[in-house]
Design a protein around this ligand. Structure first.
Ligand SMILES: [Zn+2]
Ligand SMILES: [Zn+2]
Length: 356
């Protein structure tokens, strides 16, 4: 009997993406096999494609914004059923027995691979995933719309949800790109006063459209002074890299405020100890979120109409989509669609941007 195969896009060596056919495998213990419908293209895919992180073994299928339907379950999987629509994000699923898991910190799990880095991801028609990392996808959100929410959405939603800001507080978002354009929408939908910060005037109109009450052009005005003129930010969500720009946000915090770094870059961040100590300000990093927060991200997005601006690309053109994203030309998220997946008409939320 001939073995069933599926199409995957693998990184065979740094910088090289190849289309291959792979034999279908059965899920192992604790795993679900997913018939992929859509997979987002994320900047973190460069860890695999361009070998930014060491220790990746090739060939490897990238992609960690995966949405599809379970079509087989391995042994010892509870809580998920065949046919269910699920998502897989950057964190590949916690172990349940390490110190961090036992303390309730699933993001910190020591035995958790990263999807598309340590095991194969979603640039493929089929993938295997640990059930402990799965996120449920609600009705009313298309698979294409859901894909970027599993990484860019979860990261920004989780940072805002776990931050100290309460309704009515000033929250600033630095950078209006793949992460930032979602952060602005979430911040607005959560009831904050929202300031969007970006270089130049180009993004001003878009920022307002996404829900920002204020737009700060960091090339034209002093960001810290502008934030302080608004009373100081309780939270600044930092989606751009660049040490100086990030450092400036700390001066724009009100006492007790926090700057949360979500975007990575090589430049060090030089923050004055005076700014930290006087006013008890904080600068911290946050890595995506746990699966239950993933569920909440999707539900909240469906309820509030938050959605990414998306360009869809067939799986076969993954290399071109990746190149466009890396060149900073995606507006704002690229999503690969699988041949067998016929896009449904789309939720109200996605249509809002697909019409643009
Ligand atoms: Zn990502
Ligand atoms: Zn663990």
């Amino acid at each position: 009997m001939e073995t069933e195969t599926y199409t995957a896009i693998e990184v065979t060596a740094p910088g090289r993406l190849s289309r291959v056919r792979r034999p279908l495998r059965d899920p192992g213990a604790g795993e679900a096999r997913i018939r992929v419908e859509a997979c987002g293209v994320c900047h973190s895919d460069s860890a695999t494609v361009d070998a930014v992180l060491p220790g990746i073994s090739y060939p490897r299928v990238p992609g960690h914004e995966v949405v599809g339907r379970i079509n087989a379950l391995g042994s010892d999987v509870r809580g998920w059923v065949v046919g269910q629509r699920v998502g897989v994000g950057f964190l590949g699923g916690s172990c349940g027995y390490c110190e961090f898991c036992r303390n309730g910190d699933l993001v910190g799990c020591r035995n958790q691979g990263y999807t598309g880095l340590h095991h194969d991801g979603g640039y493929a028609e089929v993938m295997l995933a640990k059930a402990s990392g799965l996120v449920s996808i609600p009705e009313g959100v298309t698979s294409v719309a859901a894909a970027p929410l599993l990484c860019a959405g979860l990261t920004t939603f989780s940072a805002l949800r776990n931050g100290p800001a309460k309704a009515g507080d000033l929250v600033a978002v630095l950078g209006i790109g793949g992460l930032g354009h979602l952060a602005v929408q979430y911040a607005r939908a959560m009831g904050f006063e929202v300031a969007a910060i970006a270089r130049g005037g180009d993004k001003a109109e878009l920022a307002k459209e996404l829900g920002a009450h204020h737009y700060i052009d960091s090339a034209a005005v002093d960001t810290a002074e502008a934030l302080q003129a608004l009373g100081g930010a309780r939270v600044v969500v930092i989606t751009a890299s660049g040490g100086k720009t990030v450092a400036a946000t700390v001066k724009g915090l009100r006492p007790g405020g926090v700057s949360i770094v979500l975007g990575v870059g090589p430049e060090p961040i030089e923050v004055s100890s005076v700014d930290l100590v006087f006013g008890s300000r904080r600068l911290e990093g946050a890595l995506t979120g746990n699966p239950a927060t993933g569920d909440a991200t999707l539900r909240f997005s469906a309820l509030s109409g938050v959605s990414a601006m998306i360009e869809t690309v067939p799986l076969d053109q993954a290399a071109a989509a990746y190149t466009k994203m890396m060149a900073g030309k995606a507006r704002f998220r690229m999503v690969l669609t699988m041949p067998a997946y016929v896009a449904s008409s789309g939720s109200k939320a996605t249509r809002r941007f697909e019409e643009r």
